[in-house]
Design a protein. Structure first.
Length: 233
């Protein structure tokens, strides 16, 4: 959309109240404004904080697939649109654990040659996608926080987890038990962790995140005994 500034009309002589007409601002001026805005955004992002999380079990072993997230102590957390996907392949859900923010749409493509029936009875998001192959016409919107356990009504061994958080600042630990939450404004946060096999909820860790440099935090998660994941049938 073009911008305009007021300039005297050269077709008129000098008057006490000069007539003016609107003339478009040169494109270079608009480009300069856009460049300035981009530089300001880049400068702000360069001063964003990072939380480095390490998760271990009660025996000290590194813990994979732990969901970690940070909630600001003051003010709310912004919503950021991120779509996600949980596929069915080789009669398994992949990945086993998915972390999303409230309001995220998740697609459930079936890349097997057999039909699956995806469902959940979990309170934050009860739903079902009846027998199908390929990709369903519409994704499932996860609009409440909490743990959602997924299953397949045809293949009982298929199991997966979605953990829905109320913040855009979250991550999932890898096989080394580590995760990074990036892009946080400086301030004080409640840092939390969840694991699908935890034996009890874990108290949040209050952490002050600086404007630059990482802020480390570690969690020890007591796990309950779970049966080994069943092999595909």
């Amino acid at each position: 959309m073009a911008s305009f500034i007021a300039r005297p009309d050269p077709r008129h002589g000098r008057r006490k109240g000069p007539d003016v007409i609107l003339r478009p601002v040169k494109p270079a001026f608009n480009k300069a404004l856009a460049a300035a805005a981009f530089l300001a955004l880049a400068a702000a992002s360069s001063h964003a904080g990072t939380i480095e999380v390490t998760a271990r079990d009660a025996k000290g072993a590194m813990l994979e697939d732990a969901v970690v997230w940070a909630m600001p102590k003051a003010g709310g957390a912004p919503a950021r649109k991120r779509d996600a996907e949980i596929e069915q392949k080789d009669r398994q859900f992949m990945p086993l654990v998915t972390a999303v923010q409230v309001g995220t749409s998740i697609n459930f493509p079936n890349r097997d040659t057999i039909r699956h029936h995806v469902y959940s009875f979990s309170a934050p998001k009860p739903f079902e996608i009846k027998l199908y192959v390929g990709t369903p016409a519409a994704p499932v919107v996860f609009d409440k926080p909490g743990e959602v356990v997924l299953g397949c009504n045809i293949h009982d061994h298929m199991l997966a987890y979605v953990y829905v958080v109320e913040t855009p600042w979250f991550a999932k630990t890898g096989a080394d038990g580590n995760a990074r939450i990036e892009g946080l404004p400086a301030g004080e946060y409640d840092v939390r962790v969840w694991h699908y096999a935890q034996s009890a909820p874990i108290a949040p860790y209050v952490l002050r995140v600086p404007a630059e440099g990482p802020a480390p935090v570690g969690f020890a998660v007591a796990l309950k005994a779970l049966p080994p994941r069943a092999a595909p049938k």
